[in-house]
Design a binder for this molecule. Structure first.
Ligand code: ADP
Ligand code: MG
Length: 238
C-alpha cells in the first residue's frame, strides 16, 4: 500500500488556482524531493499534506486512509521548517522531548526516544547542554530531533537548509542522508537546490506553475528530461 497518495489535488486562494491537479504516489520508505521555481506551489502542497491548509479539490490518502478531513495532529506527520526556534532555557533533551511531554507521554518513553534520536543525529553527548552552547549545525540537528522523537509516519521538510551557509549545508545534507538510512521513514523534501535533490532523493517531482512536469529518479530526470523546463532545472545537457 502506498504511504501517501495524492489524486487530483487542487488548491485555490480566492480566484487564484495555485495547485492545478497534482497526482502522486509516495511509497513506504521513499525519499521524495519536490523541486521547482519559487512560487510554483511547493510549500502550499506540503501544508496540504500535513493538514495546515484545506484542499480545494481532490483526494489525499495516507496508508490507504482518506485524510482530507483529518486534523494535523491525527495524521502522523512531522514537519521540519527552514526557520526553527529552540527554547533557550531548556536543555537539548528537554527541547527534543517537549512536545511528547505535552502529549502526556511517560518519562521513560520520552527518554528512550530522545536518546535514540540523539544517536541518529550524533548529538548524544550534548543532551544536557543549552542551545547557546551548541554550534549552528548541532542546533539544526536538535530541531530535526524534535520531529524524530514523534516517530511520524512521514517527515516533511520545507527547504530546511536554505538559510545555512555553504559548509553547514553540506554537513546537514550528510546528516539527513544518515537519518534516511538509519530511520527508513518516508520523507517528502522541498528544495530549490538541485544538488540536495539529486543526492538525497529516490524520486524527484519537478513542479512548475502548480503542475507536475515530470516524476522520476534523479538519473531518469538527468538522462531523459521530458522537456526543456526539466532539463534546465535539473541541469542536464538537453
Ligand atoms: P513555493 O513554496 O513553491 O515557493 P508557495 O507554495 O509558497 O510556493 O506559493 C505558491 C503561490 O501561492 C504563490 O504565488 C503564493 O503567493 C501563493 N500563496 C501561498 N499561500 C497563500 C495564501 N495563504 N494566500 C494567498 N496566496 C498564497
Ligand atoms: Mg516555499
Amino acid at each position: 500500500m502506498a504511504k501517501l497518495e495524492l489524486s487530483g489535488i487542487k488548491k485555490s486562494f480566492g480566484a487564484t488556482e495555485v495547485l492545478k491537479g497534482i497526482d502522486l504516489t509516495v511509497e513506504d520508505g521513499e525519499f521524495v524531493a519536490f523541486v521547482g521555481p519559487s512560487g510554483c506551489g511547493k510549500s502550499t502542497l506540503l501544508r496540504l499534506i500535513c493538514g495546515l491548509d484545506e484542499i480545494t479539490a481532490g483526494q489525499m490518502a495516507i496508508e490507504g486512509e482518506i485524510v482530507n478531513d483529518v486534523p494535523p495532529a491525527k495524521r502522523g506527520i512531522a514537519m521540519v521548517f527552514q526557520s526553527y526556534a529552540l527554547y533557550p532555557h531548556m536543555s537539548v533533551a528537554d527541547n527534543m522531548g517537549y512536545a511528547l511531554r505535552l502529549a502526556g507521554t511517560s518519562k521513560d518513553e520520552i527518554n528512550k526516544r530522545v536518546e535514540k534520536a540523539a544517536k541518529v543525529l550524533r548529538i548524544e553527548n550534548y543532551l544536557d547542554r543549552k542551545p547557546r552552547q551548541l554550534s549552528g549545525g548541532q542546533r539544526q540537528r536538535v530541531a530535526i530531533g524534535r520531529a524524530i522523537v514523534r516517530e511520524p509516519r512521514i517527515f516533511l521538510f520545507d527547504e530546511p537548509l536554505s538559510n545555512l551557509d555553504a559548509s553547514l549545508r553540506v554537513e546537514m545534507r550528510i546528516e539527513i542522508a544518515r537519518m534516511k538510512e538509519r530511520l527508513g521513514t518516508t520523507m517528502v523534501y522541498v528544495t530549490h537546490d538541485q544538488i540536495e535533490a539529486m543526492t538525497l532523493a529516490d524520486k524527484i517531482v519537478v513542479l512548475n506553475g502548480g503542475r507536475v512536469e515530470q516524476v522520476g529518479s534523479p538519473l531518469d530526470l538527468y538522462n531523459t528530461p521530458q522537456n526543456r523546463f526539466v532539463a534546465g532545472f535539473i541541469g542536464s545537457p538537453k
